[in-house]
Design a protein around this ligand. Structure first.
Ligand SMILES: [Zn+2]
Length: 411
């Protein structure tokens, strides 16, 4: 007896319609006509089955604060400074409850795994990360939350005390180290220090890199060289990488080839970059999106992600990866059939690869984390912002959505 049987669905990446059987939290069968009883049967007609979305770069502790923290200039710097002040006023329960609401949005939006950078600083200490590590456990049946111990970009970031606090956060349950080398006084010293810490604690690294319009900021190139030198290929993620779009083509290609060799995953955050970058420009205003197509064309693993959710860094968003996909398609000028398929991969398989997720995907034996879309193809799903009819996490339906419209002719 299967737990769930999906009949005759289009499956992302497959040519023919197939049945999918789910049992004991796994994809247990994938065949043309499964003849096994199931507790629940879903008619897959007119649906596209994809693996659960992976939102690999977010900031849960800042989520849903756009009505409480201002950002009049719309710059990255003002948002950072204003949060520093506001965070003194909130308690652990506030962090937990807001993050839970944000995660609930992600779940109904079809995200089954989400990585969040959570600030650890001299002022905050563990006030944000401790409740979110609790939330990670409490929500584990509905969404996998991966927590990055994130060094807030203040001048004391490399103090011994701050570094030992980050290590403590790893002991408490964070599994990745992160920070902003470009915002540190010396990005090379920052990267070297964090590699030392990551190697000592055997954990991956996820940096905010070159979140700037300026062409002379190139922490990404040094990060790639350091990754190769330390043999850390496949364990490093670089988010943003905006200034890659501000350098000349030859420089960009030199850096892209090093990034490829280093096996670094690039996570682009189109909505946040469009909102925060170019704020000091006169026309033409730079738009701050990294070179997505060139990176993909050179076989770099590229994912897209939400980044912030309705806060001063980005007062938009629903933690809906299909919504971000549509924006991605437009700002990166990706409108061919193959582009839409690549974008869907960026929000699923590529992001999963970057996070090192095991048994991810729709193959038999993998954990059954999947989404049924009311769509015929990747292109249709993204352009129509398809309804996500069923979200399945660990083999159980955790959310259902319905979108209906009625056209009424009055004659
Ligand atoms: Zn971020």
């Amino acid at each position: 007896m299967l737990d769930i049987l999906i009949k005759q669905a289009n499956i992302f990446g497959e040519v023919e319609q197939l049945d999918i059987g789910i049992c004991h939290a796994k994809v247990s069968l994938k065949e043309s006509d499964i003849k096994v009883n199931a507790k629940e049967i879903i008619d897959g007609k007119d649906k596209l089955v994809i693996p659960g979305f992976v939102d690999s770069h977010t900031h849960l502790e800042k989520a849903l604060l756009d009505d409480h923290v201002s950002n009049h200039s719309g710059t990255l710097q003002e948002a950072i400074e204003n949060f520093k002040v506001y965070f003194k006023t909130v308690d652990e329960e506030n962090f937990y409850e807001r993050a839970k609401k944000a995660l609930e949005k992600a779940i109904v939006g079809g995200t089954t795994t989400l990585r969040s950078h959570i600030s650890v600083s001299k002022e905050l200490k563990f006030k944000a990360i401790a409740p979110l590590l609790e939330l990670k456990k409490d929500m584990a049946d509905y969404i996998t939350l991966e927590v990055v111990a994130f060094a807030t970009p203040f001048p004391d970031v490399l103090d011994k005390e701050n570094l030992s606090r980050l290590e403590k956060a790893l002991e408490k349950g964070a599994t990745v180290l992160g920070g902003c080398p470009t915002l540190a006084p010396n990005h090379k010293e920052f990267i070297d220090t964090f590699f030392e810490l990551a190697i000592a604690n055997n954990c991956p690294l996820d940096f905010h890199v070159d979140e700037s319009d300026e062409p002379n900021i190139q922490a990404l190139e040094y990060l790639a060289e350091k990754t190769i030198k330390e043999g850390y290929e496949g364990k490093v993620t670089a988010g943003h990488c905006c200034s890659l779009s501000a350098v000349d083509d030859d420089t960009a290609m030199r850096v892209i080839l090093k990034v490829k060799e280093a096996g670094i995953t690039i996570v682009t955050l189109p909505s946040a970059n469009l909102y925060l970058m170019g704020r000091n420009d006169c026309q033409p205003i730079r738009r701050g999106i990294t070179r997505v197509r060139e990176l993909l064309d050179n076989q770099v693993n590229v994912a897209y992600s939400s980044d912030n959710l309705r806060d001063p860094f980005r007062p938009f968003g629903n933690f809906d990866m299909l919504e971000e996909a549509l924006l991605m398609a437009q700002v990166a000028q990706m409108g061919r059939e193959i582009d839409f398929e690549n974008i869907l991969k960026m929000g699923t398989y590529n992001a999963a690869k970057g996070m090192g997720l095991v048994d991810y995907g729709l193959e038999v034996g993998n954990t059954a984390n999947l989404v049924l879309l009311d769509a015929s193809s990747a292109k249709d799903a993204i352009i129509s912002q398809a309804n996500k009819s069923h979200i399945i996490k660990n083999g159980k339906i955790v959310a259902k959505n319905r979108k209906t419209s009625h056209l009424i002719y009055n004659n």
